[in-house]
Design a protein around this ligand. Sequence first.
Ligand code: IPM
Ligand code: MG
Length: 368
Amino acid sequence: MANPSLLILPGDGIGPEVMAEVRKIIDWFGAKRGLVFDVSEDLVGGAAYDVHGVPLSDETMAKAQEADAVLLGAVGGPKYDKLDFSVKPERGLLRLRKEMDLFSNLRPAQCFDALADFSSLKKDIIAGLDIMIVRELTSGVYFGEPRGIFTEGNERVGINTQRYTESEIARVARSAFELARRRGNKVCSMEKANVMESGILWREVVQEVHDKEYPDVELSHMYADNGAMQLVRWPKQFDVIVTDNLFGDVLSDCAAMLTGSLGMLPSASLGAPMANGRPKALYEPVHGSAPDIAGQGKANPIACVLSFAMALRYSFDQGNDADRLEKAVEKVLADGVRTADLMQNAGETPVSTSQMGDAIIAALDASL
Ligand code: IPM
Ligand code: MG
Protein backbone atom coordinates (compact mmCIF):
# COMPACT_ATOMS: atom_id res chain seq x y z
CA MET A 1 0.00 0.00 0.00
CA ALA A 2 1.19 3.53 -0.76
CA ASN A 3 2.33 5.66 2.13
CA PRO A 4 -0.21 8.21 3.32
CA SER A 5 0.39 11.64 1.85
CA LEU A 6 0.97 14.80 3.81
CA LEU A 7 0.93 18.22 2.18
CA ILE A 8 2.89 20.79 4.16
CA LEU A 9 2.11 24.48 3.75
CA PRO A 10 4.49 26.43 6.03
CA GLY A 11 3.11 29.84 4.98
CA ASP A 12 4.37 33.10 6.42
CA GLY A 13 6.07 34.59 9.45
CA ILE A 14 7.05 31.95 11.99
CA GLY A 15 5.25 29.28 9.91
CA PRO A 16 8.39 28.01 8.14
CA GLU A 17 10.52 27.81 11.29
CA VAL A 18 7.96 25.97 13.41
CA MET A 19 7.23 23.66 10.48
CA ALA A 20 10.92 22.81 10.17
CA GLU A 21 10.71 21.28 13.66
CA VAL A 22 7.63 19.32 12.70
CA ARG A 23 9.52 17.96 9.67
CA LYS A 24 12.15 16.57 12.06
CA ILE A 25 9.41 14.91 14.09
CA ILE A 26 7.72 13.47 11.00
CA ASP A 27 11.11 12.01 10.01
CA TRP A 28 11.51 10.58 13.50
CA PHE A 29 8.20 8.71 13.24
CA GLY A 30 9.28 7.39 9.84
CA ALA A 31 12.66 6.18 11.07
CA LYS A 32 11.70 4.95 14.54
CA ARG A 33 8.07 3.96 14.31
CA GLY A 34 7.73 2.89 10.69
CA LEU A 35 5.14 5.60 10.03
CA VAL A 36 6.36 6.80 6.67
CA PHE A 37 4.56 9.64 4.97
CA ASP A 38 4.85 10.95 1.42
CA VAL A 39 5.58 14.54 2.31
CA SER A 40 5.36 17.37 -0.19
CA GLU A 41 5.63 21.07 0.47
CA ASP A 42 3.97 24.06 -1.17
CA LEU A 43 3.12 27.73 -0.74
CA VAL A 44 0.19 29.46 0.96
CA GLY A 45 -0.60 33.00 2.10
CA GLY A 46 1.82 35.84 1.44
CA ALA A 47 4.50 33.36 0.37
CA ALA A 48 2.19 32.15 -2.42
CA TYR A 49 1.20 35.71 -3.29
CA ASP A 50 4.86 36.68 -3.76
CA VAL A 51 5.32 33.91 -6.33
CA HIS A 52 1.88 33.49 -7.95
CA GLY A 53 0.06 36.76 -7.23
CA VAL A 54 -2.62 34.82 -5.32
CA PRO A 55 -2.56 33.47 -1.75
CA LEU A 56 -3.29 29.92 -2.94
CA SER A 57 -2.74 28.71 -6.50
CA ASP A 58 -5.20 26.35 -8.19
CA GLU A 59 -2.44 23.72 -8.37
CA THR A 60 -1.88 23.88 -4.61
CA MET A 61 -5.63 23.76 -4.01
CA ALA A 62 -5.83 20.61 -6.15
CA LYS A 63 -2.95 19.02 -4.22
CA ALA A 64 -4.69 19.80 -0.93
CA GLN A 65 -7.84 18.07 -2.19
CA GLU A 66 -5.80 14.95 -2.99
CA ALA A 67 -3.68 14.82 0.17
CA ASP A 68 -4.54 12.51 3.04
CA ALA A 69 -3.88 15.44 5.35
CA VAL A 70 -2.68 19.03 5.08
CA LEU A 71 -0.47 20.62 7.71
CA LEU A 72 -0.36 24.42 7.68
CA GLY A 73 1.93 26.82 9.56
CA ALA A 74 0.53 30.35 9.57
CA VAL A 75 -0.45 33.05 7.10
CA GLY A 76 -0.24 36.84 6.99
CA GLY A 77 2.08 39.69 7.85
CA PRO A 78 2.38 43.49 7.71
CA LYS A 79 3.92 43.31 4.25
CA TYR A 80 0.53 42.20 2.93
CA ASP A 81 -1.72 44.54 4.93
CA LYS A 82 -2.37 46.88 2.02
CA LEU A 83 -3.24 44.19 -0.52
CA ASP A 84 -6.70 44.02 -2.00
CA PHE A 85 -9.04 41.98 0.24
CA SER A 86 -9.42 39.27 -2.42
CA VAL A 87 -5.71 38.37 -2.39
CA LYS A 88 -4.90 38.85 1.29
CA PRO A 89 -2.98 35.90 2.77
CA GLU A 90 -5.99 34.94 4.95
CA ARG A 91 -8.03 34.32 1.79
CA GLY A 92 -5.73 31.38 0.99
CA LEU A 93 -6.59 29.74 4.29
CA LEU A 94 -10.30 30.50 3.92
CA ARG A 95 -10.28 28.99 0.41
CA LEU A 96 -8.75 25.78 1.75
CA ARG A 97 -11.37 25.56 4.50
CA LYS A 98 -14.25 26.30 2.13
CA GLU A 99 -13.27 24.18 -0.89
CA MET A 100 -12.22 21.20 1.22
CA ASP A 101 -15.53 21.71 3.09
CA LEU A 102 -13.81 21.45 6.48
CA PHE A 103 -16.89 22.15 8.52
CA SER A 104 -15.72 20.90 11.90
CA ASN A 105 -12.86 22.78 13.54
CA LEU A 106 -11.54 21.12 16.69
CA ARG A 107 -9.73 23.49 19.04
CA PRO A 108 -8.64 21.82 22.25
CA ALA A 109 -7.65 23.97 25.21
CA GLN A 110 -5.61 21.86 27.52
CA CYS A 111 -3.55 23.05 30.44
CA PHE A 112 -0.20 21.35 30.88
CA ASP A 113 0.61 20.88 34.58
CA ALA A 114 4.02 22.43 34.10
CA LEU A 115 2.41 25.61 32.83
CA ALA A 116 -0.46 25.91 35.31
CA ASP A 117 1.15 29.01 36.87
CA PHE A 118 1.32 30.61 33.52
CA SER A 119 -2.30 31.52 33.01
CA SER A 120 -3.66 34.93 33.88
CA LEU A 121 -6.28 33.01 35.89
CA LYS A 122 -5.68 31.44 39.29
CA LYS A 123 -4.05 28.04 39.21
CA ASP A 124 -6.97 26.07 40.70
CA ILE A 125 -9.26 27.41 37.99
CA ILE A 126 -7.20 26.06 35.12
CA ALA A 127 -5.09 23.16 36.51
CA GLY A 128 -6.12 19.99 34.70
CA LEU A 129 -8.28 21.90 32.23
CA ASP A 130 -9.17 19.88 29.13
CA ILE A 131 -11.91 21.29 26.95
CA MET A 132 -12.62 21.07 23.25
CA ILE A 133 -14.22 23.81 21.20
CA VAL A 134 -15.87 22.59 18.02
CA ARG A 135 -16.22 25.59 15.72
CA GLU A 136 -18.31 25.50 12.53
CA LEU A 137 -15.84 26.56 9.88
CA THR A 138 -17.40 26.79 6.42
CA SER A 139 -20.51 28.91 6.82
CA GLY A 140 -22.09 31.64 8.92
CA VAL A 141 -21.06 35.26 8.71
CA TYR A 142 -17.63 34.37 7.27
CA PHE A 143 -19.19 33.28 4.00
CA GLY A 144 -22.84 34.43 3.95
CA GLU A 145 -24.21 36.55 1.10
CA PRO A 146 -24.87 39.39 0.58
CA ARG A 147 -21.57 40.80 1.71
CA GLY A 148 -19.58 43.85 0.74
CA ILE A 149 -19.25 47.59 1.18
CA PHE A 150 -22.03 49.40 -0.69
CA THR A 151 -23.17 52.99 -1.07
CA GLU A 152 -26.56 53.93 0.27
CA GLY A 153 -27.56 57.55 -0.25
CA ASN A 154 -24.55 59.61 0.66
CA GLU A 155 -22.78 57.12 2.88
CA ARG A 156 -21.26 53.66 2.70
CA VAL A 157 -22.63 50.60 4.40
CA GLY A 158 -20.69 47.43 5.26
CA ILE A 159 -22.70 44.21 5.08
CA ASN A 160 -22.08 40.63 6.16
CA THR A 161 -24.71 37.97 6.49
CA GLN A 162 -25.10 35.31 9.17
CA ARG A 163 -26.70 32.34 7.44
CA TYR A 164 -26.99 28.71 8.51
CA THR A 165 -28.91 25.85 6.96
CA GLU A 166 -30.27 22.99 9.05
CA SER A 167 -27.89 20.51 7.48
CA GLU A 168 -24.88 22.72 8.21
CA ILE A 169 -25.88 22.92 11.86
CA ALA A 170 -26.71 19.22 12.09
CA ARG A 171 -23.39 17.99 10.73
CA VAL A 172 -21.23 20.04 13.07
CA ALA A 173 -23.50 19.08 15.98
CA ARG A 174 -22.96 15.41 15.12
CA SER A 175 -19.22 15.84 15.11
CA ALA A 176 -19.39 17.46 18.57
CA PHE A 177 -21.58 14.66 19.96
CA GLU A 178 -19.27 12.00 18.49
CA LEU A 179 -16.26 13.64 20.14
CA ALA A 180 -18.06 14.04 23.45
CA ARG A 181 -18.76 10.31 23.56
CA ARG A 182 -15.01 9.70 23.49
CA ARG A 183 -14.38 12.30 26.21
CA GLY A 184 -16.53 13.56 29.08
CA ASN A 185 -19.85 12.93 27.26
CA LYS A 186 -21.02 16.54 27.65
CA VAL A 187 -21.81 19.14 24.99
CA CYS A 188 -22.63 22.79 25.55
CA SER A 189 -23.97 24.57 22.46
CA MET A 190 -23.50 28.33 22.24
CA GLU A 191 -25.38 30.90 20.13
CA LYS A 192 -27.39 34.09 20.57
CA ALA A 193 -30.92 32.70 20.26
CA ASN A 194 -32.11 35.69 22.29
CA VAL A 195 -31.34 38.10 19.43
CA MET A 196 -30.65 36.09 16.24
CA GLU A 197 -32.99 33.89 14.20
CA SER A 198 -29.98 31.88 13.05
CA GLY A 199 -29.35 31.26 16.75
CA ILE A 200 -32.90 30.05 17.32
CA LEU A 201 -32.53 27.59 14.44
CA TRP A 202 -29.08 26.55 15.73
CA ARG A 203 -30.50 25.73 19.15
CA GLU A 204 -33.47 23.80 17.72
CA VAL A 205 -31.40 21.71 15.31
CA VAL A 206 -28.73 20.85 17.89
CA GLN A 207 -31.49 19.74 20.26
CA GLU A 208 -33.19 17.64 17.53
CA VAL A 209 -29.96 15.89 16.54
CA HIS A 210 -29.34 15.21 20.21
CA ASP A 211 -32.80 13.81 20.93
CA LYS A 212 -32.84 11.58 17.84
CA GLU A 213 -29.26 10.38 17.67
CA TYR A 214 -27.32 11.15 20.85
CA PRO A 215 -29.72 11.05 23.81
CA ASP A 216 -26.93 9.48 25.91
CA VAL A 217 -24.83 12.67 25.71
CA GLU A 218 -25.53 15.44 28.21
CA LEU A 219 -26.54 18.57 26.27
CA SER A 220 -26.90 22.16 27.48
CA HIS A 221 -27.37 25.49 25.68
CA MET A 222 -25.87 28.83 26.54
CA TYR A 223 -25.88 32.32 25.05
CA ALA A 224 -22.45 32.94 23.64
CA ASP A 225 -21.81 36.07 25.72
CA ASN A 226 -22.56 34.14 28.88
CA GLY A 227 -20.34 31.38 27.49
CA ALA A 228 -17.43 33.83 27.23
CA MET A 229 -18.00 34.83 30.84
CA GLN A 230 -18.28 31.23 32.03
CA LEU A 231 -15.07 30.34 30.21
CA VAL A 232 -13.09 32.69 32.41
CA ARG A 233 -15.17 32.12 35.53
CA TRP A 234 -15.05 28.32 35.72
CA PRO A 235 -13.83 26.71 32.48
CA LYS A 236 -13.77 23.21 33.94
CA GLN A 237 -17.60 23.10 33.78
CA PHE A 238 -17.19 22.42 30.04
CA ASP A 239 -16.22 19.32 28.10
CA VAL A 240 -17.13 19.96 24.44
CA ILE A 241 -18.44 23.35 23.28
CA VAL A 242 -20.08 23.55 19.85
CA THR A 243 -20.64 26.92 18.25
CA ASP A 244 -20.76 28.82 14.98
CA ASN A 245 -17.94 30.23 12.90
CA LEU A 246 -17.66 33.73 14.39
CA PHE A 247 -18.46 32.90 18.02
CA GLY A 248 -16.04 29.99 17.68
CA ASP A 249 -13.31 32.29 16.44
CA VAL A 250 -13.68 34.55 19.47
CA LEU A 251 -14.37 31.91 22.12
CA SER A 252 -11.45 29.76 20.99
CA ASP A 253 -8.97 32.62 21.41
CA CYS A 254 -10.37 33.17 24.87
CA ALA A 255 -10.12 29.45 25.72
CA ALA A 256 -6.62 29.33 24.29
CA MET A 257 -5.36 32.05 26.56
CA LEU A 258 -6.75 30.27 29.62
CA THR A 259 -3.92 27.85 29.18
CA GLY A 260 -1.25 30.51 29.30
CA SER A 261 0.16 30.67 25.81
CA LEU A 262 -1.23 30.72 22.32
CA GLY A 263 2.00 29.05 21.28
CA MET A 264 0.78 25.75 22.71
CA LEU A 265 -2.49 25.10 20.99
CA PRO A 266 -3.15 22.93 17.93
CA SER A 267 -6.26 22.58 15.84
CA ALA A 268 -7.81 20.16 13.39
CA SER A 269 -10.30 21.07 10.67
CA LEU A 270 -12.21 18.05 9.44
CA GLY A 271 -14.61 17.45 6.57
CA ALA A 272 -16.53 14.50 5.22
CA PRO A 273 -14.79 11.14 4.74
CA MET A 274 -12.91 10.63 1.45
CA ALA A 275 -13.03 7.44 -0.62
CA ASN A 276 -10.30 5.91 1.57
CA GLY A 277 -12.37 6.52 4.70
CA ARG A 278 -10.12 9.27 6.02
CA PRO A 279 -11.76 12.64 6.61
CA LYS A 280 -10.66 15.61 4.53
CA ALA A 281 -8.37 17.29 7.01
CA LEU A 282 -6.21 20.31 7.65
CA TYR A 283 -4.15 20.74 10.80
CA GLU A 284 -2.78 24.07 11.98
CA PRO A 285 -1.63 25.84 15.12
CA VAL A 286 -4.14 28.31 16.57
CA HIS A 287 -1.50 31.04 16.74
CA GLY A 288 -0.83 33.38 13.84
CA SER A 289 2.28 34.24 11.89
CA ALA A 290 3.81 36.43 14.67
CA PRO A 291 5.73 38.68 12.27
CA ASP A 292 7.40 40.51 15.18
CA ILE A 293 9.51 37.47 16.04
CA ALA A 294 9.66 35.74 12.63
CA GLY A 295 13.02 34.49 11.46
CA GLN A 296 14.70 34.86 14.85
CA GLY A 297 14.45 31.31 16.13
CA LYS A 298 12.30 32.46 19.04
CA ALA A 299 8.97 30.90 18.10
CA ASN A 300 7.46 28.07 20.08
CA PRO A 301 6.96 25.09 17.73
CA ILE A 302 4.74 23.16 20.18
CA ALA A 303 1.36 24.20 18.73
CA CYS A 304 2.47 23.02 15.30
CA VAL A 305 3.97 19.82 16.73
CA LEU A 306 0.72 19.10 18.57
CA SER A 307 -1.19 19.76 15.34
CA PHE A 308 0.79 16.89 13.80
CA ALA A 309 -0.20 14.79 16.85
CA MET A 310 -3.83 15.56 16.02
CA ALA A 311 -3.16 14.43 12.45
CA LEU A 312 -1.81 11.13 13.77
CA ARG A 313 -4.98 10.71 15.83
CA TYR A 314 -7.74 11.96 13.51
CA SER A 315 -6.40 11.20 10.02
CA PHE A 316 -4.14 8.20 10.50
CA ASP A 317 -5.71 6.30 13.42
CA GLN A 318 -2.42 6.32 15.32
CA GLY A 319 -3.82 7.25 18.70
CA ASN A 320 -0.93 5.59 20.53
CA ASP A 321 1.70 7.51 18.63
CA ALA A 322 -0.31 10.72 19.07
CA ASP A 323 -0.24 10.03 22.82
CA ARG A 324 3.48 9.35 22.59
CA LEU A 325 4.11 12.72 20.96
CA GLU A 326 1.86 14.60 23.38
CA LYS A 327 3.61 12.93 26.32
CA ALA A 328 6.99 13.87 24.89
CA VAL A 329 5.87 17.52 24.81
CA GLU A 330 4.59 17.24 28.38
CA LYS A 331 7.90 15.75 29.50
CA VAL A 332 9.92 18.53 27.88
CA LEU A 333 7.77 21.15 29.61
CA ALA A 334 8.00 19.33 32.94
CA ASP A 335 11.79 19.36 32.54
CA GLY A 336 11.62 23.15 32.34
CA VAL A 337 12.54 23.54 28.69
CA ARG A 338 10.99 26.85 27.64
CA THR A 339 10.86 29.00 24.55
CA ALA A 340 10.70 32.76 25.10
CA ASP A 341 6.89 32.90 25.15
CA LEU A 342 6.91 30.59 28.18
CA MET A 343 9.36 32.60 30.28
CA GLN A 344 8.03 33.78 33.59
CA ASN A 345 10.95 35.41 35.31
CA ALA A 346 13.58 37.78 34.07
CA GLY A 347 16.95 36.05 34.02
CA GLU A 348 15.68 32.70 32.70
CA THR A 349 17.27 31.64 29.44
CA PRO A 350 14.90 30.54 26.71
CA VAL A 351 15.70 27.80 24.21
CA SER A 352 15.44 28.43 20.50
CA THR A 353 12.78 27.01 18.19
CA SER A 354 15.12 24.27 16.98
CA GLN A 355 16.37 23.45 20.48
CA MET A 356 12.76 22.91 21.51
CA GLY A 357 12.32 20.58 18.53
CA ASP A 358 15.47 18.68 19.50
CA ALA A 359 14.29 18.37 23.10
CA ILE A 360 11.00 16.87 21.93
CA ILE A 361 12.89 14.40 19.76
CA ALA A 362 15.11 13.43 22.71
CA ALA A 363 11.95 12.81 24.75
CA LEU A 364 10.54 10.71 21.88
CA ASP A 365 13.77 8.67 21.82
CA ALA A 366 13.41 8.10 25.55
CA SER A 367 9.86 6.84 25.00
CA LEU A 368 10.98 3.85 22.93
C1 IPM B 1 -8.46 31.65 13.14
C2 IPM B 1 -8.02 32.95 12.53
C3 IPM B 1 -8.64 33.06 11.14
C4 IPM B 1 -10.13 33.16 11.32
C5 IPM B 1 -8.08 34.19 10.27
C6 IPM B 1 -6.59 34.13 10.14
C7 IPM B 1 -8.74 34.21 8.92
O1 IPM B 1 -8.33 34.01 13.37
O2 IPM B 1 -8.21 30.59 12.53
O3 IPM B 1 -9.02 31.67 14.22
O4 IPM B 1 -10.68 34.26 11.56
O5 IPM B 1 -10.79 32.13 11.21
MG1 MG C 1 -9.10 33.41 15.28
